[in-house]
Ligand binder design. Structure first.
Ligand SMILES: [Zn+2]
Ligand SMILES: [Zn+2]
Length: 234
């Protein structure tokens, strides 16, 4: 009854196609959900698409992540949902993703001790009101009974990665994050949740910091993977 009243007074619409839907649908209708573009994860380590047998992420680079999986391609309904979550204040969209992430973790078949997330600056957090990756990571941890922990903070003065091209993203991310000193990571296997994997620079840098702080292994899952070829300078 309460939900019916809520739907009447505060109607919800699908973020992708615009049809009116129940507030319990988390802004994505059943039809659009069925068109979520699942990504294929090719590279054994990072899941990226291979080009002539080579992984553009892992090749010629220090890779700190033991294994990464991206759930969707960053296009269509997945892109619309992430856009609504990040830029339109539709916080409940975060609830669409945890089940998919839990399945990805199960397919990794690895021991996970801590689930964490990529932090955002205080400035951005104040403006948005929430860190969507934190919401998702919390839900993922509670679904599987993993320990949820905030392990990283973003240092001041860094510009958003999306402002940069391929090479600059690797430079811009160096030392962008610091481990919160009270995080007890020694010997732990940590899973990082992030939204979009483009060059992989962000999760790789987070993994570097976590390993430096004593973590035994770091895994990551992102909701989507962007087409690396769409970045300039490549
Ligand atoms: Zn729809
Ligand atoms: Zn790779």
């Amino acid at each position: 009854m309460l939900n019916l009243l809520l739907d009447f007074f505060f109607p919800c619409y699908c973020i992708s196609c615009g049809v009116p839907i129940s507030s319990r649908s988390n802004y994505l209708c059943i039809n659009c959900r069925s068109t979520l573009p699942f990504a294929t994860n090719n590279c054994e380590r990072c899941g990226s698409v291979l080009h002539d047998g080579l992984c553009l992420f892992c090749n010629n680079r220090e890779v700190y992540i033991s294994k990464h999986i991206s759930i969707f391609e960053y296009r269509g309904t997945a892109k619309a949902a992430l856009h609504g979550l990040k830029f339109k204040g539709l916080k409940n969209i975060a609830m669409i993703f945890p089940d998919y992430i839990v399945s990805a973790i199960d397919s990794m078949n690895e021991q996970i001790d801590i689930v964490t997330y990529v932090p955002m600056s205080w400035k951005k957090l104040r403006a948005r009101g929430y860190n969507h990756c934190e919401l998702i990571a919390k839900r993922v941890a509670s679904k599987r009974g993993f320990c949820f922990k905030k392990t990283l903070e973003e240092n001041k003065g860094y510009i958003a990665q999306r402002e940069f091209g391929y090479k600059e993203r690797f430079i811009n991310v160096i030392d962008r994050y610091r481990v919160i000193s009270k995080s007890n990571l020694f010997g732990k296997s940590v899973l990082i949740i992030d939204d979009v994997f483009t060059t992989g620079a962000t999760v790789n840098e987070c993994a570097r910091k976590l390993l430096e702080a004593g973590a035994a292994k770091v895994f990551s899952v992102t909701i989507a993977r962007a087409d690396i070829k769409k970045l300039e300078n490549i």
